[in-house]
Every structure is written in structure tokens, then in C-alpha cells.
Design a protein around this ligand. Sequence first.
Ligand SMILES: CC(C)(COP(=O)(O)OP(=O)(O)OC[C@H]1O[C@@H](n2cnc3c(N)ncnc32)[C@H](O)[C@@H]1OP(=O)(O)O)[C@@H](O)C(=O)NCCC(=O)NCCS
Length: 307
Amino acid sequence: MREPPAGIRISLRYVDPDGAARDLVGEVVAVDDRRLVIMPWDRGPVAVDTASVVAWRQVPPKAVRPSSTPADLARLAASGWPGLELELVGGWELRAAGGYTRRANSALCEGDPGTDVASALDRVTAFYRSRDLPPQVVLPARTGERHRLHDLLVGGGWAEHSHTWLMTLDLRSAPPVPFPHDVELSWSARPDATWLAAFGRPHPLREAVLTAANADYLALRRGAELVGIARLTLTGQWSGVSGLWVAASERGRGLGTGLLGVLAERALARGARFGYLQVTEDNTGARRLYDRLGWQAHHRYTFFSHE
Ligand SMILES: CC(C)(COP(=O)(O)OP(=O)(O)OC[C@H]1O[C@@H](n2cnc3c(N)ncnc32)[C@H](O)[C@@H]1OP(=O)(O)O)[C@@H](O)C(=O)NCCC(=O)NCCS
């Protein structure tokens, strides 16, 4: 049988060593005349003996939609803020970036770790301790629900903190926004020094973490003064907004609304259909703005740290 080329997503039927027929859907990450390595969405890679393959066919890329699970949206968002190091424990994604940003220095514990949960959590702890970082886990859960690992972590001494909402928007419903005329917008493929300074406190890895995923950087200036910034990532049908900021003295005049409108317009023009963003639960001002513009809470994720 012809082997599938690396890079495509396939549905595969094969016979395992016990003689049982198995089905697998995932991306072909390696192929030679003896084995195929398939990467499913929610588990570690699976090596399949080519002689055991009964049939395969190409399938479209996995579709993530606003109706998808918290796990699916969390993985999608993770690709827009990936950190600098990634280690997989089955489907769990252990991310590190010298301690800069919670998202980039936490383990997204979704899917099948390929081992028992206690051993997988030991791997998480060892991963962070070996980098002199506090072990940190992030769990996404539907509104009003608890993640299946929640009680286990709390019982194991992990401290829960930093509740954050992931919100989504069908970009076609974004209203056209009149933008003030006395400001100038510019896009760039990298953040410059003023953009970085507006983004947050200096850190040796600040630029590296921001640019670890391909993104467009939006700057809003009045004359020479930077008055607003935002970062836009594109992943298939999805666009992610991060780094949204308006200078304190300029807030409450529609600039944030205008920036979100410009971001939606750009994302639509680049072929995206949906938007996502992440906002901490205590950021009531930003959440009011997103609510007003039609963004919907999709799920809440929570960080857990261990001393
Ligand atoms: C969140 C943030 C970007 C909003 O920017 P902003 O420029 O103040 O946003 P807007 O002016 O468009 O909207 C804010 C409020 O001003 C009001 N407003 C908008 N246009 C207005 C206008 N022309 N005149 C008067 N008020 C106006 C809006 O109704 C809105 O009210 P709301 O709080 O009830 O939603 C800004 O507060 C900020 O930078 N915060 C710190 C960083 C941050 O938290 N970023 C978000 C991370 S997820």
C-alpha cells in the first residue's frame, strides 16, 4: 500500500500486535518504509508498523469552532502563545520560557498523558524544578464546571489562582467601528522598542516570548506618542488578540473599541472567521468592553502552582 506523505492529516485503520483493529486520526509526522508516526490531537505520537496498516485516507485539518470543547480552544490559544520550550507528556503540553508569563510557563494538562495521572504530574513537577521554575498547571473548564483534575490537584497541595476567561467572537458580527481621525495606525511583523515598553515590564525574554508565534503588531500613535497596542495571531480560521493596551490618559474615549474593530477587520481580510482572546477574571473594565462588543465567554481556565 502507498504510504501517506508526512504533513497531511489522515484517518488510519491498522491491526495492533494483539490482532485488534484500531482507528487513529492525526497528522503524519514521520514516515519510512517500516513505520508511520501519527500525531493525534490529544495524545502523544503513535508509531504504527506500515505492514499493519489496513487502509488510510486524507481528512481535512481538525475544525475548531466556538462550539468546540475548552480543551480544543485551549490548545488553539496555546499555539498563539507557545513559550520557548515544549515537552509533551502524551497530550499534555509542558511549556517553559524562563518564568516570563504564566501561559508560557505552565503545563496544559489536557488529553491523554499516556501514563497514570500521578506519574504525569511528577513529570510536570520535575520539568519545572529542573529549570528552577515553580511547577504550574493550567486547566480549562466549562462555565460552572470543574476540570476532572481539579480536586486531585487541590488535594495534592496545588494552589489555585489567576482565573482567566477565554472569549470568542464570530468576526462577521463585529460592528464597523468609526476610529478617531487624530490617531495613526501602523502594522509591523515585529514589535519595536516602544511597543515592547508599552507591553510590560522589561524582561530578557519579553521579545522572544512574544515573537515565539507568528504575529502582527498594531501600534496606535498620536503624533510621536504611542497611545495603543495590540498583537494579532492567525491560526486557520481563528485569530487571537493579545497585548491589547491603551495609554491610561487616553482610556474611555473609544480607542480600545477602535483597536478591536481594526483587529477584526484585519483578521477577516486574512481569511479568519472567529476571534479569541483571554482576559483575567478581575479585569472588569476590559471584560465590560468585550461584552459590549459581542464577545462570548467560552470557558474559564485556572492556574495551579506548587511550592
Ligand atoms: C481595556 C482597554 C484596552 C480599553 O481601552 P479604552 O480605550 O478605554 O476602551 P474604550 O474607550 O473603547 O471603551 C472603554 C469605555 O469607554 C466608553 N467609551 C467608548 N467610546 C467612548 C467615547 N467616544 N466617549 C466616551 N466614552 C466612550 C465605552 O463605552 C467603554 O465603556 P465600558 O467600560 O462600559 O465598556 C484599556 O482599559 C487598557 O488598556 N487597560 C489596561 C490593559 C488591559 O487590561 N488590556 C486588556 C487585556 S485582556
